[in-house]
Design a protein around this ligand. Structure first.
Ligand code: LIP
Length: 247
């Protein structure tokens, strides 16, 4: 295990503890939109992660939902979502996580996702089997779409909702169940360990999906990810067990 993975796990668990301590407590709301909420605790968690990671690797850069630190053209770039599932967190829904990835020259080489409520840590490193609580994981073997459970996200704007609804409408008739769980990173972690058979979303950010992208592929799954042309730094993603015909 490299120091990178060790540092990512330490940072994810420290931020997870901070979130757990503030869950279901009074929160400072920094901003709201029709389909999103920005909390002060997101910033506190990212500051803690930044202190730990850049404390270990001062020459690295960090690209996070709550801001960027350092030279983003550096070979090593941490991609961080300090609280994925912010709206769930605000409403007291215990389904959220910390997501941390390390990119080396643009390629994800380390991924960690931590759910502090269930105390579940997913970890992966390029070329190594991905782990959940230290045990190897694999995607589900399900190949029949009619038996699949698929999570679909509609992101945060009317445009992404309008873009995603037709997919939801057709998919809900083709699969056993569709779910909308509110955390892209946990959706990808669930695909990587076979709890979900696929996750689909349009208009998602790199920090929501970077760590999960390594976990899903290392667990034998398939990733279809493309940058949106009309919105900068946003992606369309299909993460699946690699056996389902989703198109
Ligand atoms: C959330 C994603 C989720 C998406 C939400 C939001 P956040 O991230 O995890 O998949 O549907 O709109 O983007 O804002 O909680 O980090």
């Amino acid at each position: 295990m490299t120091n990178y993975l060790e540092a990512a796990k330490e940072a994810a668990q420290a931020a997870g503890e901070l979130l757990r301590a503030r869950f279901e407590k009074p929160l400072t709301v920094n901003a709201t939109t029709a389909h999103d909420i920005k909390l002060e605790v997101d910033i506190l968690a990212q500051d803690l992660i930044t202190k730990i990671l850049l404390g270990c690797f001062p020459e690295h850069a960090l690209y996070g939902e709550e801001g960027i630190v350092g030279d983003q053209s550096s070979d090593h770039q941490w991609v961080v979502d300090p609280l994925d599932g912010t709206v769930n967190f605000f409403y007291g829904i215990p389904h959220f996580c910390v997501s941390i990835a390390l990119r080396f020259r643009g390629e994800v080489i380390v991924g960690v996702i931590y759910d502090p409520i269930r105390d579940e840590l997913w970890s992966g490193e390029k070329g190594q089997p991905p782990l959940l609580k230290g045990r190897a994981i694999r995607v589900s073997p399900r190949a029949n779409l009619a038996e699949a459970v698929v999570s679909i996200g509609l992101a945060k704007t009317s445009a992404t909702i309008d873009a995603g609804l037709p997919l939801l409408e057709q998919m809900v008739h083709r699969v056993r169940k569709c779910r909308m769980l509110g955390s892209a990173a946990l959706d990808m972690a669930y695909v990587a360990c076979g709890r979900l058979d696929a996750y689909i979303e349009q208009g998602i950010s790199l920090w929501d999906i970077a760590a999960g992208s390594l976990l899903v592929e290392a667990a034998g799954g398939r990733l279809e990810m493309e940058a949106l042309t009309d919105v900068p730094d946003k992606f369309r993603i299909i993460a699946s067990n690699g056996r389902l015909e989703l198109r």
